[in-house]
Ligand binder design. Structure first.
Ligand code: GTP
Length: 235
């Protein structure tokens, strides 16, 4: 089957894995996503995942904390999520590996770019934990960085809204969805797609971003097949 993309970087937010209220892990939801990832691998799509950690920890909820320490806690949160995804992928019969941007060798492989690529070439899903491994960088930026490093064709940005809007559609009923938009317009209009560091990295390295809603997990497959369902961000 002809697909639009061959190697993809799927960015999942912590909330995408969470219970009502955005906290903790909902394994029913995680399984639905992992079943879609299984279909991707069966289609021969090489799949890497960057996961956020907002379902356990948000740096900004610790405003009085030292930022670096708060971000380290966020990295640990992403690793909990990465291990939950790993376990669920294995459960549905997908071979997968977790690599972390900060070494925690007893728990997961350290991030080694070439090894990640070998895993992908062998049909394994690679889940990246710890974000970039640096404070002050979001997991969106980690998605852009890892996508650039592994030479991904696209970032699949699965969100709780079904695309990029002129304003927040949960708040503004007049918000209009873009079918496609340029990186520079996202930056200039200050649209909440990814933070500016992440968008800039995608722009400089020409990595397209497909933004779509994960309320329908099948959307992952539809986007990879080339269906236009959300918003395409490119040059
Ligand atoms: P190939 O060499 O391509 O066969 O890859 P592989 O991942 O199957 O082989 P490897 O021997 O590297 O890994 C075997 C298992 O050990 C896999 O589940 C890896 O995720 C795991 N593993 C490898 N390196 C580390 C590490 O540094 N820490 C932890 N915790 N697990 C590791």
């Amino acid at each position: 089957m002809e697909c639009k993309y061959k190697r993809v970087l799927l960015k999942l937010s912590g909330e995408a894995l969470s219970n009502e209220g955005g906290f903790g892990l909902n394994f029913v939801k995680i399984k639905k996503v992992c079943e879609q990832i299984k279909i991707l691998t069966e289609m021969g799509i090489e799949t890497a995942i960057v996961v956020g950690g907002g379902n356990f920890w948000r740096g900004r909820s610790g405003e009085s904390m030292d930022r670096t320490r708060a971000d380290h806690m966020g990295m640990l949160a992403t690793t909990i999520n990465a291990l939950a995804i790993l376990d669920t992928l294995e459960d549905v019969g997908v071979q997968a590996r977790v690599q972390t941007g900060i070494e925690m060798k007893q728990i997961a492989e350290p991030y080694i770019r070439n090894k990640a690529i070998r895993h992908l070439e062998k049909g394994r899903v690679v889940v990246f934990g710890c974000g970039t491994g640096n404070p002050f960088f979001s997991t969106d930026t980690a998605a852009a960085l890892r996508a650039a490093e592994i030479d991904a064709d696209v970032i699949l940005l699965a969100k709780n809204v079904d695309g990029v809007y002129t304003s927040d559609p949960h708040v503004d009923k007049d918000a209009v969805k873009f079918d496609s938009i340029k990186y520079i317009d996202v930056l200039n209009k200050g649209l909440k797609v990814m933070d500016s560091t992440a968008i800039s990295l995608c722009m400089d390295n020409n990595i397209p971003i497909e933004v779509f809603g994960l309320d329908i997990p099948e959307n992952i497959i539809r986007v990879v097949k080339g269906e236009k369902i959300g918003t395409y961000v490119g040059k």
